[in-house]
Design a protein around this ligand. Structure first.
Ligand SMILES: [Zn+2]
Length: 268
């Protein structure tokens, strides 16, 4: 997909452009910056570094503990249904399944527009383009299907297959496939849903085989990790092979390092 609107200010309304619950959305303040300047510098010699292996629960911990820039914790969880009481029960079920409250971007002007109304945090935007290019060099055409989502849009996604009046059983069953608003990693602007052109199930596509080989080495190289890995335990939804989260190469390399280790990369 051609990044037609790269760095351009958002003038039209898109599905993801809605006012988040916390903080105003001001599209006119989106900074116009050439794509070439999105890239964060990678650690020296990254191509020759061996990436550590992670279990599913370590991948989850890595995203939760990574110190990602431009995030602001949410002070209140957004409504799900019309009933505050039922919402409380759905949230309790969600937490029981392992969903966690997720932050929103602190400053929306620092987000970057990829294409078709898909926005990501700046380092994730650059890392997505790098991953997509690397995959293309290996013969796989990756598509970006979802990126940043605000609370209102996540609520729509969550309720889409259901009909009002909502039943608790149906809402609880929905948690197998979707986070309720306030609990999606997409809120952070650091999560992507991807697919391979021409393949309906990403988990059985040749591109998935490439990206997941050797404990997801080809994702890690660009700072990405699986969002809901196959052996992730209680992590919210059933495993989602198509979703990846950006944590950055340094966080991946330094996860197992003690805080006062001698590796200069990991000591600051
Ligand atoms: Zn997703």
């Amino acid at each position: 997909m051609a990044p037609a609107a790269l760095g351009a200010a958002v003038a039209e309304s898109h599905a993801w452009v809605e006012e988040p619950i916390a903080g105003p959305w001001a599209p006119s303040t989106l900074i116009d910056e050439p794509k070439s300047r999105w890239r964060e510098p990678l650690p020296a010699g990254v191509d020759s570094l061996a990436f550590p292996h992670f279990t599913g629960s370590e991948f989850n911990e890595l995203f939760t503990t990574a110190e990602l820039p431009n995030l602001s914790p949410i002070s209140a969880t957004p409504p799900i249904t019309e009933s505050a009481e039922m919402d409380e029960q759905v949230r309790a079920e969600a937490i029981e399944r392992g969903y966690q409250r997720r932050s929103l971007p602190a400053n929306y002007a620092l987000m970057r527009l990829i294409d078709d109304g898909l926005a990501l945090q700046r380092p994730a935007a650059a890392a997505w383009l790098a991953l997509q290019q690397d995959a293309a060099d290996h013969g796989f055409e990756l598509e970006l299907n979802s990126a940043y989502r605000g609370h209102r849009y996540q609520r729509e996604v969550f309720l889409r297959p259901l009909e009002a009046p909502y039943e608790l059983d149906d809402l609880a069953a929905r948690l197998e496939m979707s986070a309720p608003p306030g609990y999606s990693k997409h809120h952070t602007g650091y999560a992507i849903d991807i697919s391979q052109e021409g393949h309906y199930h990403f988990g059985s596509s040749p591109a998935y085989e490439w990206i997941s080989a050797d404990n997801f080495a080809n994702a890690k190289k660009h700072g990405w990790i699986p969002s809901y890995p196959p052996d992730g335990g209680r992590q919210g939804p059933v495993p989602e092979p198509w979703e990846f989260t950006y944590v950055g190469v340094e966080a991946i390399l330094c996860f197992h390092q003690p805080p006062a280790g001698d590796d200069p990369l990991c000591s600051n």
